[in-house]
Design a protein around this ligand. Structure first.
Ligand SMILES: [Zn+2]
Length: 256
């Protein structure tokens, strides 16, 4: 009780320490500094690469996001690296992969990560008829929901979505914001769709993060080079004084 009170009292004066929790087995962990509730009413689209605004992050705060998984050879390695540092991230899943590997989705959920959506099969949605594009989004959401929570709903428990290839269109953006779904772009990326050595990817990303100073970082948990460099990235971010922010839906998870 008194220890809890002390933590709460300290947290009141040091806001960035508010959600920091001890990390079992790793006293020097990067950790998750705070939780940020994201609401489609105030921030319907975030990420300066494609949108005019982004999340209200402070200097040296980063949100880690991973696209295209789950993938059996790489996502578990990514989850291991995050777990070792008590870092919570957001995964934008492909329905066809959650169909094939639901247990990895369940593990990510059990370890506290946010489960966002990234369509069923990764088409460029701005090159299809509107209704077909929305059906593809909904098919992805339903398969992800089934894997994570056991029911194939098209109202997402976590209303976060990222367009494959960032190929959005205004009518689709409007439909998503009407549904209260936040569209995530990115502020920083590792270009990990290009083959490169893990060390080269690490150095490239660290340079870009230093330049941006804060933001939503896009990675791919399907890429072996990313899984390989992630432990070193997290250690280096800790050394350089960066803090991790975990994004969750405003008002909590939508329950059915
Ligand atoms: Zn993708």
């Amino acid at each position: 009780m008194s220890r809890l009170f002390t933590i709460v009292a300290i947290a009141a004066f040091i806001p960035w320490a508010a959600a920091a929790e001890p990390c079992p087995g790793n006293p020097d962990a990067l950790g998750t500094a705070r939780v940020l509730a994201v609401d489609a009413r105030t921030t319907p689209r975030v990420g300066l690469k494609h949108f005019p605004g982004t999340l209200p992050l402070r200097d040296k705060e980063l949100v880690l996001t991973f696209d295209d998984g789950p993938w059996p050879t790489t996502t578990p390695r990514v989850l291991n690296a995050l777990k070792a540092e008590c870092v919570r991230a957001t995964f934008f899943l492909l329905g066809r992969n959650t169909d094939a590997h639901p247990r990895i989705v369940q593990r990510a959920l059990a370890e506290g990560h946010s489960i966002g959506h990234h369509t069923y099969s990764h088409p460029l949605l701005n090159q299809m008829p509107l209704d077909k594009a929305e059906a593809e989004i909904n098919r992805g959401i339903a398969r992800d929901e089934l894997a994570a929570y056991g029911a194939a709903k098209t109202v997402p428990t976590t209303p976060f979505f990222r367009f494959p290839g960032f190929a959005s269109s205004q009518p689709l953006l409007d439909r998503l914001s009407d549904r209260g779904i936040v569209v995530f772009g990115a502020d920083v990326w590792a270009s990990d769709w290009l083959p490169m050595a893990p060390e080269a990817e690490l150095q490239l990303l660290l340079r870009r993060i230093a330049q941006a100073g804060r933001g939503i970082v896009l990675l791919h948990d399907t890429k072996a080079q990313t899984a390989a460099m992630l432990p070193a990235l997290l250690r280096e971010l800790k050394k350089r004084g960066f803090r991790i922010v975990h994004v969750v839906p405003a008002g909590g998870l939508v329950s059915h």
